[in-house]
Each structure stands twice: as C-alpha cells, then as structure tokens.
Write a protein that binds this ligand. Structure first.
Ligand SMILES: [Zn+2]
Length: 456
C-alpha cells in the first residue's frame, strides 16, 4: 500500500521528468532573426539573468532549437518570468550560496530555451528537458507550470537539477567507479514494459529512467538527493530491499565525493539550502516533520535522553520527568535503551531494553498513530498489543508502573510534529536529525528524539 501511494506521489511531484537527452556539442547556430522590440520580459531577463550571469533566455519560438520532426508548442509568454524566477530561486541562488559566485558563473548554463509543451517520443515517453554541449538547458512543457503550486515547482526544479548535473558531467567526467555499481543492469530500452519501477528499484535505480545509462543514473541520483531529499532517498533505498540498498548508498557516496572533489560542494549543504527555499518561498510541506511521519520516513527515535545528544539539547521538564521515570531503572535493573520504533505511519512500538551486566531484556508497547485533520497526531496505546516475551515483560507490574505515566500522557492530548529548530550557520549537521512532538495544548511540553533512519 505504502509503495503504491508513494509512487503516486512521486509521479505527481516529478511529472515531466521522464527522460532527457544530451548532446556532446552544439551544432546549431543560435541566432534570433526576429526583429522584435525588447519588452518587459526581455528587460527582466537582462536585469536578472543576462547582466549577473551572462545567461540568455530563448522563449520566442525557434523551430531549429528542438527536434525538427516534432510538433512542440511555443512557450506562453506569461509563463516566462515565473519560470525563470524559479530557476533563479531554486537553482542559481542555491548553487551560488553553496558553490560560490565563481562556481555558478563558470558552470551555469549560458542559455535556457523554453517550450510550451512536452517533447513526446513515439514510445510514449516525454522529455522534460535536455542539456546540450555543457551550456544550454532546454525546458519543455512550461505552459503547464505553476509557480503557485509547490509540487509543480518541485517537479520543474527536478528537471533543472537533473539537467544541470549533465552540464557538470560534461565539464568533469563521472568517475569510472560509478558505472561498476550497477554494471550489466543498464538498459537503453528503458521505456520497455519489462522495465517496471519495481524491477528498476530492485536493481538499485532511483527511477526506471535511471537505467537508461550511467549519465542518466548519476543525474537522477543527484537531483533526487537535492529535490526529493535525503529522507525520501534513504527510505526509497531501504524499501528497495537489502540487495539494492547498498547500491543506492554507494551511488550516493560517489555522487557526494564527485561534488566535493571537483567543485568543493557539500551535497548536504545543497539539500539544506534547497529545502529551506522550497519551504520558505514556496510553502512546500515536503520536508516537514509531519510529512516525514506521514510518509513513514522515520525509522526510529532514540528516546534515551541520557545520551550525548540529550545532554546537548534542551529537554522539556515534562519529558525529563516522564522519561527518567523509565530510564532510572526498571524492576531493579538498569535501563539500557529506550527507542520509539515506527512500524508504519500508523503504528509504532516503544521498546525499552533493561538488564544487568550479563543479560538484557526488552519490554514493548504498541501505539496507534492517528493523524488529525489539522496534521497533528494522536498517539495512544493500541487496544490490541503484540504477543510474546517482550510484551509480557511490558505488563509486569513493576515495569508498567514506571511506563504508565508516559503512556497516559501520550494518550491525553495531540501533538504537532516538528524538527528541532536548527541554526544552520552554527549546527548544520543537526538538520533533520531531531524529531520533536509538541503538545498542542501546552507548547512548553516537547518530546525530542534523535532520528535513526532504517538501514540494512
Ligand atoms: Zn538526463
């Protein structure tokens, strides 16, 4: 069920990124033979793109700039500024801030060409964009683009970040090692029926299209890391199975090293900055803590506030009281671990490890997570609990008496889901690391936990 929903979400968010092509060099002479008088759009382009970045935007229809055998609609002029404004905010500004001004001035595509409709191929696939000769990005389908719709913006930027990866690769080659991760599994006939999403992901590909070639795979990985985000990427990798998971993580690692070694760019910083812009400028909820919970991205929360992270962060008095009740020992034993493990977006298990130097026991409690209409959550002990020793231990009276106050408190109210607020200039590595449940009736009560993503 989860996979189906996520595929649906993915398709709707990333609509348009079905394929792209690249050419090694430009062989078309680019000239505009129109005798137009520059208007407001042209002035905006000069001020915002040509003057600062030496970027030209071709939006008046030029048949020579797309496949001559295709019928492709011209760009609606009303879409040009909104589209290029998104290019500035969601692409140029992000790379400028993280990569620096010299980087973006050197590597930015010198030309954007805009077309209104998609570039459909006979096999039914549609190009969202192309990157040519290390200098031009062509965007198709911009007449369907809406800067008011965060998902439309994200889908659009997915294409742009994918194509820009090709531009980078045209300047600095993909390391040979990358092709060894999925050697033998690339499939140029990627639109063939047998290349299902399930098959592609079981082989370690983030999309069916990534199977087309090493270059497309590389561009899909980097663009997904930036636009879909790390939690999505890790969750997708985990759900793809234990054979595929290490391939996803190996590819990620090579992509990260490539960006660092060639361009001194930390991909985590790109992710943080991109997601900040999407959330603040486009009101995207894609990277929110509630979305992470609803999407079952969170593996588990370390609730042992005695850990280093618990000492370094502000823990509410209520959390300290309720949690230390459990952490200061159970049934005469030492409490060793306390983990809130998400089973799905609707189920979680509180798992407490306790014992002495020789033995460790576990006590477990199942919880239902119900999302309220306002995107807050009810977390209450499930009417039907699991069976077996760990649940029996949870019912032992000396243990239950220490855990019951937490169970009661959790069930007594609703919680909003938030990320710990992080000053990214001071603690960037804290980003998306700490998940906080905040009592909707008393915001002074927060329960913080450290996120541990699922892995093999
Ligand atoms: Zn591509």
């Amino acid at each position: 069920m989860k996979t189906i929903i996520k595929l649906f979400i993915l398709v709707s968010v990333l609509a348009g990124i079905y394929s792209c092509s690249k050419e090694e060099k430009l062989n078309v002479k680019i000239e505009n033979y129109d005798t137009f008088v520059p208007g407001a759009i042209d002035k905006w382009i000069s001020t915002n793109l040509t003057d600062p970045y030496n970027i030209e935007v071709v939006y008046r229809y030029q048949r020579s700039m797309h496949d001559i055998n295709k019928n492709i609609a011209p760009a609606d002029e009303a879409k040009v500024i909104p589209q290029m404004d998104v290019v500035i905010k969601g692409f140029l500004d992000v790379y400028k801030k993280i990569g620096g001004v010299p980087f973006i001035k050197t590597y930015t595509p010198k030309q954007f060409a805009l077309f209104g409709s998609g570039d459909y191929d006979v096999d039914g696939s549609v190009k969202g964009g192309t990157a040519d000769g290390g200098r031009r990005i062509t965007l198709y389908g911009i007449n369907n683009f809406s800067a008011e719709n965060a998902n439309s913006v994200l889908g659009n930027l997915q294409v742009i970040h994918h194509e820009f990866t090709h531009i980078l690769n045209q300047n600095r080659f993909i390391p040979g090692e990358y092709g060894t991760v999925s050697v033998g599994d690339y499939y140029s006939n990627w639109t063939a029926q047998e290349n299902t999403t399930a098959l592609a992901r079981s082989l370690g590909f983030i999309t069916p299209y990534a199977r087309k070639s090493i270059g497309e795979d590389f561009a899909e990985v980097l663009s997904h890391l930036i636009v879909a985000g790390q939690l999505y990427y890790d969750d997708f990798a985990y759900d793809s199975g234990k054979d595929a998971y290490p391939k996803f993580k190996r590819k990620e690692s090579i992509v990260r090293d490539y960006m660092m070694q060639n361009f001194s760019i930390d991909v985590t910083q790109l992710q943080i900055e991109f997601q900040r812009i999407m959330s603040e400028t486009y009101n995207s909820t894609r990277y929110s803590a509630a979305t992470a919970l609803n999407s079952n991205y969170l593996g588990s929360l370390d609730w042992d506030i005695r850990s280093t992270w618990g000492l370094e962060n502000a823990i509410s008095n209520k959390q300290r009281d309720l949690f230390m009740n459990i952490l200061d020992g159970l049934e005469g034993y030492r409490t060793k671990t306390m983990v809130f493990q998400f089973v799905s977006e609707k189920k979680a298990t509180l798992n407490i490890g306790y014992g002495d130097d020789n033995s460790t026991y576990n006590a477990a409690y199942d919880f239902d997570i119900v999302k309220n209409d306002d995107n807050t959550f009810k977390i209450s002990k499930s009417a039907v609990q699991g069976t077996g020793t760990i649940y029996n231990n949870g019912n032992r009276s000396l243990i239950l008496q220490d855990v019951q106050p937490l169970i009661d408190y959790l069930g007594s109210t609703s919680f909003s889901a938030e990320w710990k607020s992080v000053d990214l200039t001071v603690n960037p590595t804290d980003y998306l690391q700490y998940f906080v449940l905040k009592n909707t009736e008393d915001p002074s009560v927060t329960f913080m936990g450290k996120v541990n993503l699922r892995k093999y």
